[in-house]
Design a protein around this ligand. Structure first.
Ligand code: 6FA
Length: 772
């Protein structure tokens, strides 16, 4: 929602994120590790942890193993999944012994030797022979390091492995220089599952052998473990992805009596879903980071960012609730224009009102989320109101009249309930879970659908607990992809559906390629084209009345001011009961091509970045983010790379010249009445930079609003990916219901519209003949 820097390509970008850790037993010592054997080099990486503890001598250790063919000159890993600011461990054989090293890098250069970890090689299983070497070791003080750590209670971590065919310079020296790895990759690892009891762990750590049973630290009854369960029962509907689109669709289908399996690649988020991740100031409470609205800004600054999808290069939430678990939760009921034929919707979709009304009934918006009904930190609303009044803006309750979007402003509205993040997770999902015909499985990554020509028979997943990782459909069953604009597109590519250049990338992948249907069954559709995202630009100001709330920098650590923290814990009221936005406004803009564009403004205390020649008072800073929305013509393309990471291929921002001139006109209009607001100063752009120069110099990659839509656009055959019933063209029983089918951005932040889409899609799918 707010303007943020893109994640960029992650520091390790290599092989496909296709493997998932499974349990295996080392025959030489009986240790039950969790890990993988990487498909390319046949190197095994495994780890097992002591019982979960937050303090004490064993809270930061584990037993690890690397088993490598001798041709491999060295192998290593980063449990955090990142090369930068992480503990890196590497090892190689030398004269019949294993030499190991711990390293740390702050940039992509040869990592320095890092002291702190205490590594003891265990003789039980460690060897070097003519074909292989194996290292078994105890690693103490190894789960935290300077500026970072791993969450050993995580269900969805993504460690990295790396290896090299080039030997280190001096194999006898642990501090030797070495050339960068020649290959690397990632895999899913449920750290929470890989713990054993204290007696078993201590036996192994002190060189003992013998079997042990893994104890899961999982608290949620809805989470899945990788223990084999035998069979996967066929269902009427498999819904892939528990974002706003997937949860609502799955709830309506299960309400209608269909058997529904909702598969989510990530783990828990809010406390209600079994989530436990929280800052120290919330210890002892039942509130996680994902529950507390005021922690929204910390999603972008927390070093433990397990909630982002690590294989998508822009921000996307990979946990229960999807983007809805991590977003700013600005919530706008859609306008009629948002579902109009001029916005690209089929005529059959224009009557959205009953579905939007159903959404509103289940999930009412609020612009006063604090439980005491009071508004906090509202100085920004007052100042921006003063700025907009002289321009003829009216002050309204925005969701009371969704069609009214010209020259209006009002308090920011959210889908928070009872002072906590709510959305579909706290509403629709809660009615689904008790149903016997509904099942939610977490940490289950869907790779592709299984096709017999145009008929889908099930989905292929990373779940080692069911035969072949396959979840089957009943005859007449249907699969619904709700994995988001990037996630659903990637599943289609991996299922042989989409442009040939994308499917060929899948074909080249050693794991995904063999799972593709034969080329004669590939379905050529414009998956990935037609995407849009609001181009957005920040203006930064100061005003003496504004409190920037320390730029939200302290809300996780050390925590908000003590009075705000205790008020929230006691009654879910106060500043922490709201995300950072305080005021929103809309304005219609004429354009050089005669097509009206709309501009949305979001104002909040604080600023993520500023660039100014002024001396200014940081404590008074606030930001207006200006987004161009309805009417924009620019489109881009998303897809995958050879590593099967999903990413923008052609950026969608300000491609169209009239989009750019409209946004510039809108920015000028916003600041035109600044003289009417005493002591208001614009610091970015500063007094030496014009708006035109500012926009011209704006880094396009920072225009991302995280509002991606359109990669599986709805519309007519030949031009679109899904038909009027959201069914993928040329398939019998594959559907997409998420942001990716939306043809045009709505007036405001999109997840309200996406939820109305899901209400309507579920009704259309249920009414469609030919299914269960
Ligand atoms: N929209 C708003 O309306 N208001 C906001 O304030 C707002 N802010 C943000 C924001 O601050 C950020 C950082 C982001 C990333 C988005 C924001 N948005 C906002 C946009 C809004 O969240 C999205 O439009 C909305 O979440 C889209 O809903 P969808 O249902 O289309 O898709 P999601 O990405 O939310 O969910 C997909 C789910 O599928 C995830 O849970 C993911 O883990 C899962 N998944 C993906 N691939 C999978 C696979 N292969 N197998 C199983 N599960 C998979």
């Amino acid at each position: 929602m707010l303007l943020r820097l893109a994640l960029g390509v992650l520091p390790f970008v290599g092989s496909a994120l296709a493997q998932a850790a499974a349990q295996f037993t080392d025959p030489d010592n009986g240790i039950t590790f969790w890990g993988i054997t990487d498909a390319a080099h046949q190197v095994t990486y495994g780890y097992v942890f002591p019982p979960l503890a937050t303090s004490g001598a064993q809270s930061t250790e584990y037993i690890g193993t690397i088993v490598s063919p001798i041709d491999n000159k060295w192998s290593g890993y980063a449990l955090s999944g990142s090369m930068i600011s992480s503990l890196l461990v590497a090892a190689w054989p030398n004269n019949g012994k294993i030499v190991f090293t711990t390293r740390y890098a702050t940039t992509n250069v040869l990592p320095d030797v890092y002291t702190g970890p205490v590594i003891t090689t265990l003789s039980t299983g460690t060897y070097v022979n003519s074909t292989h070497w194996k290292w078994v070791f105890r690693c103490q003080n190894c789960t935290t390091w300077t500026g970072g750590s791993i969450d050993v209670n995580s269900q969805s971590s993504v460690p990295a492995w790396c290896s090299s065919t080039i030997a280190v310079d001096n194999p006898a020296d642990p501090g030797t220089s070495m050339v960068q790895h020649t290959d690397f990759g990632f895999y899913f690892f449920p750290f929470a599952e890989a713990h054993v009891t204290a007696s078993v762990y201590n036996n192994w750590a002190s060189g003992g052998t013998g079997g042990g049973t893994t104890v899961s630290t999982t608290k949620s009854s809805t989470t899945t473990s990788a223990q084999p369960t035998g069979t996967a029962t066929p269902v009427d509907y498999i819904v892939v992805g528990s974002g706003p689109g997937g949860i609502i669709t799955a709830d309506r289908l299960s309400q209608a009596g269909k058997s529904v399996l909702l598969l989510e690649r990530g783990g828990p988020s809010t406390a209600q879903t079994g989530g436990t991740y929280q800052p120290a100031w919330l210890k002892g409470t039942n509130f996680t980071k994902f529950d507390v609205p005021g922690l929204f800004e910390s999603m972008f600054t927390d070093s433990n960012e397990f909630w982002w999808c690590k294989d998508i290069t822009v921000f996307a939430g990979c946990l229960v609730g999807g983007g809805g678990a991590v977003n700013g939760a600005l919530y706008w009921l859609p306008a009629d224009q948002d579902f109009s034929t001029s916005a690209g919707w089929p005529q059959e979709w224009t009557n959205h009102q009953p579905y939007t009304a159903a959404l509103k009934a289940r999930l009412p918006p609020t612009d006063a989320p604090s439980t005491d009904g009071k508004r906090y930190l509202e100085q920004v609303s007052d100042v921006v109101g003063q700025l907009l009044n002289p321009q003829g803006f009216r002050n309204v309750t925005i969701n009371n009249s969704p069609n009214d979007k010209d020259h209006i402003y009002g308090y920011s509205a959210y889908d928070f309930l009872k002072g906590k993040r709510a959305g579909p997770v706290a509403t629709y999902l809660q009615t689904s879970l008790p149903r016997k015909n509904f099942q939610l499985k977490l940490n289950t990554y869907v790779w592709n659908v299984i096709r017999n020509g145009s008929t889908i028979t099930g989905v292929q997943t990373n779940d080692t607990g069911v035969p072949g990782g396959i979840y089957p459909l009943k005859p007449g069953g249907r699969v619904i992809l709700s994995a988001g604009t990037f996630g659903s597109a990637r599943i289609l590519f991996r299922s042989g559906i989409g442009p040939t250049d994308m499917i060929n990338l899948v074909k080249g992948d050693p794991v995904a390629g063999p799972l593709l249907p034969p080329q004669s069954q590939w379905i050529n559709l414009p998956v990935g084209y037609n995407v849009s995202d609001n181009p957005s630009i920040n203006l930064v100001f100061t005003h003496p009345s504004v409190n920037n709330y320390d730029n939200w920098a302290n809300v996780m650590t050390p925590g908000p001011p003590a009075a705000d923290a205790s008020q929230y814990i006691a009654s879910q009221s106060g500043i922490m009961a709201q995300a950072s936005p305080r005021l929103n406004f809309w304005q219609a803009l004429g354009a050089t091509d005669g097509v009206t564009r709309w501009l949305q403004g979001t104002a909040r205390p604080g600023a993520a970045s500023w660039n100014t020649t002024y001396a200014f008072n940081q404590t008074q800073m606030f930001t207006i983010t200006a987004y161009l929305s309805t009417g924009i013509k620019s489109r881009g393309r998303i897809g995958i790379n050879a590593a099967l990471n999903a990413l923008p291929l052609v950026n969608p921002w300000l491609v169209d010249p009239a989009d750019k001139s409209s946004l510039v006109a809108g920015l000028k209009s916003i600041v035109s009445s600044m003289p009417a607001v005493p002591n208001m100063v614009m610091i970015t752009p500063d007094n030496k930079t014009t708006i035109d120069a500012y926009v011209n110099a704006y880094d396009p990659s920072t225009m991302n609003s995280n509002h991606w839509v359109g990669s599986n656009i709805i519309g007519p055959a030949g031009k679109a990916v899904v038909d009027v019933n959201t069914k993928v063209y040329n398939t019998n029983n594959l559907f997409v219901v998420d942001a990716s089918i939306v043809p045009t951005l709505p007036f405001g932040n999109p997840h309200g519209l996406v939820m109305s889409v899901a209400e309507q899609a579920a009704a259309k799918i249920l009414a469609l003949a030919g299914g269960n």
